[in-house]
Design a protein around this ligand. Sequence first.
Ligand code: UT7
Length: 379
Amino acid sequence: MTYAAITGWGACMPPAVLSNDDLSTFLDTSDEWIATRTGMKERRISHVGAIELSTVAAARALACAGLDAADVDLIIYGGVSNDELVPNSASGVQIALGATRAASIDLNTACTSFCYGLTTATAMIRTGVVRNAIVIGVELISRYMDWSNRNVAVLFGDGAAAVVLQASDEEEGVLGSILGCDAEGRQTLRVRGFGCTYANRDVNFGDTIWDFDGQAIFKRAVHAMADASRRVMAERGVGPDDIDLVVPHQANLRIIESVAKYAGVPMEKVMVTVQKYGNMSAATVPVALVEALDEGRVRPGATLLMPAFGGGLTYCSLLVKWGQRVTPIATSDLTLPPATKSALEMVNEIRAQQDPHGRSLAGLMAPAFAESWAHPQPA
Ligand code: UT7
């Protein structure tokens, strides 16, 4: 039997930090509101593109695994943030790494993209399609955030991380995956302004209107992640006491606490990064995983649980058996160029380019247009 061991890991966090106090310089919000409602204190704003963030993360993961880029068969780029749609983003990472043999796939299930990618790559290795894969979770949300909307602008941040998977005879890697999609809730999280619906209609890319029903998403997220976690544990004959560490999607500290409670795992066994990085969508789980490894919180042979949810509303929970190695084989000297502007300066530059309150976009929200294109109804 072939398994897909996780043999390398690496993150690339942009250095510029945007604090809650920075946000309150241009939004009617406060450090107190953001911290108590979400657990977030700060997040990162990237000065480089998403392919560059991903390439550095992937190079670090390859060095960690001791694997040459030329031996990579598959790159999965998980996330919503693409520098361009054609050519795809995975191909940009491929050429930057020199992974000349690799198949290169962009995979978008919003915040669950990394976990869906991990499951996809694992299945491809276990069925013999490929032997060595890189799975990336990346997001560059600052570029298309509606910075005039305090309901969403305080919640998100930029970042990237990657893992290397390799075929192995040892029973390790992703051993169980529950994947699903609560599509009846798809309108609760929607970024208007992306995609063909808006093409040739005088909408600047990056001007967005977010439909975001925070409380509905909150309830659906807790239910879906807790249920998927219980199901994946039951499927594998594992109980909450057998879980050594939960590495969850990081959208809100209160969501993480509720999922841990319903899954029956104490918070001491949960990796939390939301205070430092906010919600980085597809990047939250792999960044938290890399930090857990760096902090020595993943012991050899550990059992990990990875619940996540996101737009769609997609959800999942993965059960991962770690191998014996928890330290890198080598490190990469690839790094980002220094940031020359502060996070607040970068955000203010983006704000200055944005159409305030999405006026051009709002004009496109006439019922016939919006309903026919963007609201498919259940059969
Ligand atoms: O990865 C997937 C993406 N998203 C999520 O997972 C988010 C899930 N939802 C949540 O995390 C929470 O629902 C939020 C953090 C988004 C909101 O927390 P909440 O406790 O559900 O607050 P609320 O929406 O009920 O808003 C409470 C109040 C409102 O004022 P009124 O109506 O009570 O006067 C809001 O207008 O807080 C106000 N408010 C804010 N105040 C200061 C909303 N956003 C802000 C803000 N600063 N940034």
